[in-house]
Design a protein around this ligand. Structure first.
Ligand code: AMX
Length: 435
């Protein structure tokens, strides 16, 4: 039996009742209005989605089930000799809203390790990808292919009751979270190493096993970094492209595998999850150009060149955040503790002082401060994971935790197919004239 599934089975009936009552009492209450600019402007700020796992405050940053990043670091169980939250504990928190015990976390580690075996044809599929195919495209292909064993799809077609959909979503979600690790390992080892992937260790935690399939588990500091990384990238409320896409595709009752593959395809865009790859490209080019000269004058000149060319500064700005991302700060703290003298970290640190000033003067972006993607690359490259085209895959593994946690609730609450209303410019003009 799965302790998490048992806990969910207790929580779901209560939550269903709570939501039913809430809707019966307030179903017609108005939460906001929509302007024409929001329709043309990416629906920014339109209150339109349910997302239980986390809520984003523009100034404070993310809260996972009401806990800040710092509170998660303090309260969620960590590894025996570690201090970062275990991604297992973050998943438990996202799904249940509760801080798990060490035993509950251990049960999740064991369950994920036990489910990690890949179908042979999925291994062959990855092995047959040309090495020019971006790791995110390979990841998405492999996750789509896991559909072959979807218990949700089978249950749906065999006609199970809607009230039980969540159970099959749960089973697929757990398989997906487990199998994405050896999939990522295989992609990495095929593209950048000898193609040999270490087996999943049944008695080790998720972060360790990820480090192990990549070939880095002998460095405990790196394993801790991965645990932190996997925890803080997991969820960023529901409106961002990857979260919203997973939720949207799942609403058509596509399986968790098909929903997550779609989510990953969105994460692979340069304005979203690919930004971590773009940031390292940007830093390496900058380093090559400025050498050891990190003076204000040199850095500013370099940045203005980029902006004057009409390009963006990757890793800065955000659609919702208006202050420095606390996930950036958690990574900065990690760097200050473990690699304070690293020249690339020093460059990132200097940019933290210089970029906000330049972007503010440039006057376009609503948020001149760094986001999560601004920092992760330098940490990974310090420990030898230097292939930046792989970075978004790590983001994708983490984001799977948040998207799956919500998908389980989507089916538990019986949410319907998503279908917002759209208009053509002509119809909008007519409606505005009438108003
Ligand atoms: N550098 C230069 N210009 C920027 C900028 C940056 N880092 N961030 C925003 N701008 C520009 C926008 O391109 C836009 O210009 P336009 O009016 O000519 O179209 C203007 O400032 C206003 O944009 P905004 O309202 O502040 O941002 P947004 O909500 O439209 O977009 C985001 C948000 C993240 C896509 C944008 O800030 C950006 O492109 N940042 C760099 C890429 C990045 O770091 N993405 C990762 C975000 C986190 C994540 O999802 N993983």
């Amino acid at each position: 039996a799965s302790p998490l599934k048992e806990r969910l089975a207790q929580l779901i009936p209560k939550r269903r009742e709570e939501v039913k009552k809430f809707r019966a009492e307030h179903g017609s209450d108005v939460l906001g209005e929509v302007t024409l600019n929001q329709i043309y402007g990416g629906a920014r700020g339109v209150p339109a989605l349910l997302w239980e796992g986390s809520v984003l405050d523009p100034n404070e940053g993310i809260r996972f089930r009401n806990l800040t990043v710092k509170e998660c670091q303090e309260k969620l169980p960590s590894a025996t000799h570690g201090k970062q939250p275990l991604p297992e504990s973050m998943f438990w928190l996202l799904v249940t809203g509760e801080v798990p015990t060490a035993n509950e976390v251990q049960a999740l580690s064991a369950e994920w390790a036990a489910r990690a075996q890949l179908p042979k044809f999925v291994e062959d599929l990855i092995d047959n990808c040309p090495n020019t195919l971006h790791p995110m495209a390979q990841l998405s292909l492999a996750i789509t292919a896991l559909e072959n064993d979807s218990v949700f799809s089978k249950a749906y077609h065999s006609g199970v009751s809607k009230a039980d959909y969540w159970q099959f979503t749960y089973e697929d979600s757990m398989d997906l979270i487990a199998k994405i690790v050896p999939i990522a390992g295989r992609i990495y080892r095929n593209l950048y190493r000898d193609g040999v992937v270490a087996p999943i260790q049944p008695d080790k935690d998720y972060g360790y096993n990820l480090a192990n399939v990549l070939g880095f588990s002998n460095n405990e500091e790196f394993v801790e970094l991965l645990r932190l990384y996997l925890s803080i990238h997991s969820d960023h409320e529901g409106g961002n492209v990857s979260a919203h896409t997973g939720h949207l595709v799942g609403s058509a009752l596509s399986s968790p595998f098909l929903s997550m593959a779609a989510s990953l395809n969105g994460l692979a865009g340069p304005l979203h999850g690919l930004a971590n790859q773009e940031v390292l490209d940007f830093l390496l080019k900058m380093k090559e150009s400025v050498g050891d000269d990190y003076s204000d004058e040199t850095l500013e000149k370099y940045l203005w060149n980029i902006l004057d060319n009409g390009q963006i500064v990757p890793g800065y700005g955000h659609a919702v955040l208006r202050k420095t991302d606390p996930r950036y700060l958690a990574q900065r703290d990690f760097a200050l503790e473990h690699l304070p003298e690293d020249p690339m970290f020093k460059l990132v640190s200097r940019l933290y002082e210089v970029v906000p000033r330049v972007l503010t003067k440039h006057g376009k972006t609503k948020n001149p401060f760094p986001n999560v993607d601004s920092h992760s690359g330098v940490l990974l490259q310090y420990y030898g994971l230097k292939e930046q085209t792989f970075y978004t895959v790590l983001f994708g593994i983490s984001r799977t935790l948040g998207v799956m946690a919500q998908l389980i609730w989507d089916r538990a609450l019986g949410l319907p197919i998503e279908r917002p209303k759209s208009f053509s410019t002509e119809v909008l003009k007519k409606r505005i004239e009438k108003a």
